[in-house]
Design a protein around this ligand. Sequence first.
Ligand code: ATP
Ligand code: MG
Length: 584
Amino acid sequence: MSSPISAAETTAPEGDAPRDFIRQIVRDDLASGKHVEIHTRFPPEPNGYLHIGHAKAICLSFGIAREFGGWCNLRLDDTNPGKEDPEFVQGIKDDVHWLGFDWHELRHASDYFEVFYQAALKLIRDGLAYVDDLSADELRAYRGTLTEPGRNSPYRERSVAENLDLFQRMRAGEFGDGEKTLRAKIDMAAGNMNLRDPALYRIRKVAHQNTGEAWPIYPMYDIAHALSDAMEGITHSLCTLEFEDHRPLYDWCVDHVDLPHHPELWQSVVAAGLTAKPAKPRQIEFSRLNLTYCITSKRKLAQLVHEGFVDGWDDPRMSTLRGLRRRGFTPAGLKLLIERVGISKQNSVIDYAILENAVREDLDAHAPRRMAVLDPLKLVIGNLPQGHAETIVFPNHPKDESFGTREIPLSRELWIEREDFAEVPPKGFKRLVPGGEVRLRGVGIVKCDEVLKDAAGNVVELHATLDPASRAGLPGADRKVKGTIHWVDATHAVAAEVRLYDRLFNVPAPDAEDDGQPWTAHVDPASKRIVRGWVEPAAADCAPEQHFQFERTGYFVADRIDHTPGKPVFNRVVTLRDTWAKRA
Ligand code: ATP
Ligand code: MG
């Protein structure tokens, strides 16, 4: 694995300058009059949930359409019957919406099955496609290798009439799976293996989730993808680099079917109520988004779910979009990451810390502050009377007054973080120690008078005195003490379940480790830890998916499934600072 790109090496976009080579192409195509409107599409296969890599493709295709005043279709590439699931279709739609985009039209490759079939007949009539009887193994053997040309199939010179007859009988279901294939007649000696008479249609007697039993044959990716783009009037077909070698075949399909000059080919689409605006699309490739500590293969993500390494597709440690959402990662944070990484043809692996920093930056600006104590230790303020009750006004955001203020109750008994007290302080410890002083955020300075322990010697309670002259607003409030700690009022605090998530893997590239272990062996069991803490009332009383900064603790989100104000559940999104840089 190449070493990850660090935050310092990524560039932020500047002003109105072309942000990347694809936007520059689009700009040029508009300026030259080649296109008057930009049309893009995002074409996922509905065989899994979308992951963080897809966010890059979504932001690019939907983003360009938005920036240049065009549109972007959401097209479900459903040419693989049996592998696809309506649950995933709904998931994909939800995730695109969550990222803040909407599609011009929702299409399915299967909407066009009749057109693909008519296009295949045209290719046969033009002598550009033939039915082959070679088995899968024979096809492979005839294909040659990167260094050796392929060989022509003995069936390559079948007559147009025979090919038409055989293909129509394939369509009628007369042959079994794999018995025959429709192939493009291009060049078995082509240096690009994709041009060695690639398959256009295969027989698969499997029901399809949209078309049922209507089709015993299914188009291959290349013809379906190219013709779908052409049919929808896509101007710029943006995809990842692994399709670069497919581009000649993409162009071959577009050029030889020549949709704009064969309106009869898409009449069936029009008849189905879909608008068709044939165009000659241009495929442009860009590099995939790869991140350390992230799996971006649907198959492997499915493995994590099915083998029980995580709690589901939306487990907050998953790199699926729904996992990131549940974790509390924000669309704005993801977009910031994608902007920083940029669009290029350079393959790279991005440091996960860049994602965390982008999310931190977004949440720092947009998450109201609250106080929560995750590992509570009781602190009793001995010089406040029993039944003491007051409220203190706190700003909701230290840098942004528009967040307003809230009232926090204060009584005689508080919870503080256990780690903010040390009976035997390590060197440099600035918080509470026996006989020492610390500032309670927004209250004043307390001095620890007494440490109560249980029979086993564990500290169970602290007694303290509040210096009345140090109360906020009084002249003595400025008195210097070394540390300030947060707290919640024990009388009014709400018990909360807090799920402390961390990176799912304990190595940056779990699927690239060469250590003889299965990649799943690198799942870190400590990546999920559940604690019970106390939160101030104004933290509990919120809707699911509300983000907060718990002061001094980190960024948290109310769990979108399990949280209720009466029984709050928070997930840690990220810590306040990068704690991984130190570990490395
Ligand atoms: P997988 O190989 O895990 O099944 P995929 O790439 O086949 O994923 P698709 O549903 O076919 O997933 O992808 C839809 C679109 O998203 C494609 O245009 C693809 O290029 C793009 N895409 C997929 N993964 C990434 C990634 N990591 N970074 C950027 N774009 C991606
Ligand atoms: Mg794919």
